[in-house]
Design a protein around this ligand. Structure first.
Ligand code: CA
Length: 403
């Protein structure tokens, strides 16, 4: 590594962010915990090999996933962040630190978390209203339960993949001229979501309260919940999402620790009616994450996460109120984030009015749903600790034709 590293703190990856990821090694099952600073990746496992004490057991920095590190809890995470930050603010970077730095484009990042359980919610009032209008045009767009609890379902953890993984167009049964026909989905869609990673297990038979969110959640990722709308709409009566969703879900390679989002807290939207007891948060908050959806280089939408109706704290309380436990490595996602304005919708089905309109991309081509070869990228930024903006790790994926 060259010795002329100038770190730019203004690009979303300053020392007040320090997201965590996994750099894959050359051998199978080999990985190192890394963080990102500016356009560089700093190898934390290598730092401990070089003799730096980062305040955590060096063994949690080696391996394929962040689970062991995240399971140490926020106290350890704060120490780690402080020690890494101290190494990076020195007037002249220690040569040993420089030796543990690589340009981000030269590092192969893996799925950061071994996902144990996956829950997906449906927390955006605008998204639920938009889909309700499309699927039940003659009724109330919101089902009677929607304002009383955060609707969710248990998804498939084994098909959660890291950003950059290609997306094979799924096959399934969908209606053509009112007849079920097996074949490749023709209505492949994206869903821009925010995901939360559990860093502390709860006990089976107990519940986690809204106020305990910070204890149990380690960090935040961006999520693209790829959705085959034609398969989904045929199969989902009367049960919820199944094969139309379970073929693939992408998450960002970087996990932003909750510590880095302390200044991104914002007042949540007013809930009417007032939620029932276990969903009340006496210190209510949401996160001011501003999302962006890009398709083949064209910006399509900028969904504001702060507009989601049910907050992350309520989502966690809800999924455990029946005594179900959470484990280190569980992921729960917000559901598609859609703001009130048409250029804030978080999926193509909403942006194109169920495919009845098309979007014009920068290259002059038109899209209603995804075509083979299309690349979708979801990004997000938020207020950072030092008063600037941090960028969450992006989540991208390119569509492959069906096999
Ligand atoms: Ca979803």
């Amino acid at each position: 590594m060259a010795h002329d590293i100038n770190l730019n703190p203004e690009n979303g990856f300053g020392i007040d962010h320090l997201p965590l990821g996994i750099a894959l090694g050359s051998r199978p099952n080999e990985g190192h915990v890394v963080t990102r600073i500016d356009q560089f990746v700093l190898d934390l496992a290598q730092l401990t090999d070089l003799g730096f004490d980062l305040g955590v057991d060096a063994r949690v920095l080696c391996g394929q996933y962040l689970n062991s590190l995240m399971g140490l809890g926020h106290e350890s995470m704060a120490i780690l962040r402080e020690r890494v930050g101290d190494l990076l603010v020195a007037d002249h970077l220690d040569n040993r630190v420089i030796s543990a730095i690589q340009p981000v484009e030269s590092v192969r990042l893996g799925l950061p978390i071994a996902i144990t359980n996956y829950v997906d919610f449906y927390s955006s009032l605008q998204h639920a209203t938009n889909l309700g209008r499309l699927f039940r045009p003659n009724g109330d767009p919101l089902t009677p339960n929607w304002r009383h609890l955060p609707i969710g379902y248990h998804g498939r953890s084994s098909t959660i993949v890291v950003s950059g993984t290609q997306v094979r167009r799924p096959r399934g049964l969908r209606l053509i001229d009112d007849e079920p026909v097996f074949g490749p989905s023709t209505r492949l869609d994206i869903e821009a979501e925010v995901g939360f990673v559990i860093g502390k297990p709860s006990q089976l038979g107990t519940s986690v309260t809204t106020a305990e969110f910070f204890d149990y959640v380690a960090g935040v990722v961006l999520v693209n919940d790829w959705s085959a709308r034609d398969i989904q709409s045929f199969e989902s009566v009367p049960l919820g999402p199944f094969l139309g969703k379970s073929f693939l879900t992408s998450i960002s390679a970087w996990v932003t620790p909750l510590e880095a989002l302390a200044r991104a807290r914002t007042t949540p939207v007013l809930q009417n009616p007032s939620p029932t007891g276990y969903l009340v948060d006496h210190d209510p908050w949401n996160l001011a994450l501003d999302l962006e959806i890009e398709l083949n280089g064209s910006l399509l939408s900028h969904p504001p996460f702060a507009s989601t109706y049910w907050t992350p704290g309520q989502q966690l309380a809800h999924q455990t109120v029946n005594g179900a436990d959470v484990r280190v490595g569980d992921l729960f996602a917000s559901g598609t984030v859609s703001g009130p304005a048409p250029d804030q919708f978080g999926s193509l089905i909403e942006l194109t009015d169920a495919g009845t309109k098309s979007l014009t991309l920068g290259d002059g081509t038109h899209r209603s749903f995804l075509e083979d070869g299309d690349t979708a990228i979801i990004r997000a930024s938020a207020p950072s600790l030092n008063g600037g903006r941090l960028c969450l790790g992006e989540v991208s994926g390119t569509v492959l034709p069906p096999t």
